[in-house]
Design a binder for this molecule. Structure first.
Ligand code: G6P
Length: 367
């Protein structure tokens, strides 16, 4: 087993470090001459013209990737998207017919609820695209179209490299839909692709700050509650950050839309509650900073997460973690990495079983 961990103490740490490669492998051969080529997806303009609604359905971390996918598809392909938890989807009577596109996201491709949602969607005439990490998995065999994430086998229960490649899959699918529908100028697609190609290298730059994050993690050892806040895509990543911390360190963590805090949750914020504030999205940056000031006013310790070169955030928070600058839609691919490392080192410092957290399974094959 030690050899399988490639010199790392845990599979999770190894998998966090494999992310630049996973990102590279997943884009390989798919970004050509300023356009996206998805060989296992075959949606024509005629077929897409019929689609008036998109559902993204998944569980756990994959559902968080879906939340990012929603914004990308709405913004780029101008299609309305709803994101559902697979165990809720079938029971709320979603309106599905042959005008519906259903995207299921599943690392394993075997999650029972996700599979059941896929089958139901197909029965009702929807077109189903799967994003999965396992070739030959049930989800990959039953969906009409597949985007494989090339993260390689993920062993740690807490998902890291699979999630990052699911995000990348959503970026490529969003661009693909926009390309077929013609909703984004070719030049804009080219710009996004250029930025996407830089991401693996930038992810490595984030990983190089590991020692800093490890040090920060030591201050979480005795923490009982933590909040993650952000707006827009930062909020989606905040949810993943909170889930990681809960899963492996057993600290109660919650993610909140930064603007929603004052409608209740702010009552829980004291000097004992660290707040991790994500602030990359430029269109809501100033608003997010106002929310950061609200929690600072309650004496919370705030750790900011923003782009390198932004010297403004440091004035409002206690520590700042920086990620390289990119276009806002790609920021989740970078901001999630420090959050994964933070959870990892908090878990280690608290003496938890990092790779096999209590009560959790890697793949849930019961409904
Ligand atoms: C389990 C795992 C999670 C994962 C979820 C969905 O709960 O512990 O890490 O996100 O299942 O799994 P899937 O294989 O469908 O992505």
């Amino acid at each position: 087993v030690a050899a399988e961990k490639g010199g790392y103490e845990h599979f999770m740490l190894k998998e966090i470090h494999e992310q630049p490669k996973a990102l590279r492998d997943t884009m390989l051969g798919r970004l050509k001459d300023g356009s996206v080529v998805l060989e296992e997806v075959d949606l024509t303009l005629e077929q897409l013209a019929r689609i008036n609604k998109v559902y993204i359905v998944a569980c756990g971390t994959a559902w968080h990737a879906g939340l990012v996918g929603k914004t990308l598809i709405e913004r780029w392909a101008h299609l309305p998207v709803e994101v559902d938890i697979a165990s809720e989807f079938r029971y709320r009577g979603p309106i599905i017919d042959d005008h519906t596109l259903v995207i299921v996201i599943s690392q394993s491709g075997e999650t029972a609820d996700t599979l059941a949602a896929l089958r139901e969607a197909k029965n009702r005439g929807a077109r189903v695209v799967a994003v999965t990490n396992v070739v030959g998995s049930t989800v990959s065999r039953e969906a009409h179209d597949v985007i494989f994430t090339w993260a390689g086998p993920e062993i740690a229960v807490a998902s890291t490299k699979a999630y990052i490649t699911q995000l990348e899959g959503m970026v490529m699918l969003g661009l693909y839909l926009a390309q077929v529908k013609g909703t984004l100028p070719q030049e804009k697609i080219g710009e996004i692709i250029t930025a996407l190609k830089l991401i693996p290298e930038q992810a490595q730059e984030v990983l190089n700050q590991e020692d800093l994050i490890k040090e920060l993690a030591q201050s979480f050892v005795k923490v009982e509650d933590a909040f993650f806040i952000g707006r827009s895509l930062d909020w989606a990543v905040a949810m993943e950050g909170a889930l990681k911390l809960k899963e492996i360190s057993y600290i109660h963590a919650e993610a909140y839309a930064a603007g929603e805090l004052k409608h209740g949750t702010l009552a829980l914020v004291t000097e004992e509650t660290p707040v991790i504030a994500l602030a990359t999205q430029r269109d809501v940056y100033d608003k997010t900073i106002s929310n950061v000031k609200e929690v600072k006013a309650r004496d919370a310790r705030v750790i900011g997460l923003t782009y390198k070169g932004n010297t403004n955030m440091a004035k409002s928070v206690d520590h700042v973690i920086y990620v390289p600058e990119t276009i806002d839609e790609l920021a989740p691919l970078l901001t999630v990495i420090p959050l994964q490392l933070l959870s990892y080192y908090v878990s280690v410092a608290r003496g938890c079983d990092v790779d096999k957290p209590r009560n959790l399974a890697k793949s849930v094959t019961v409904e």
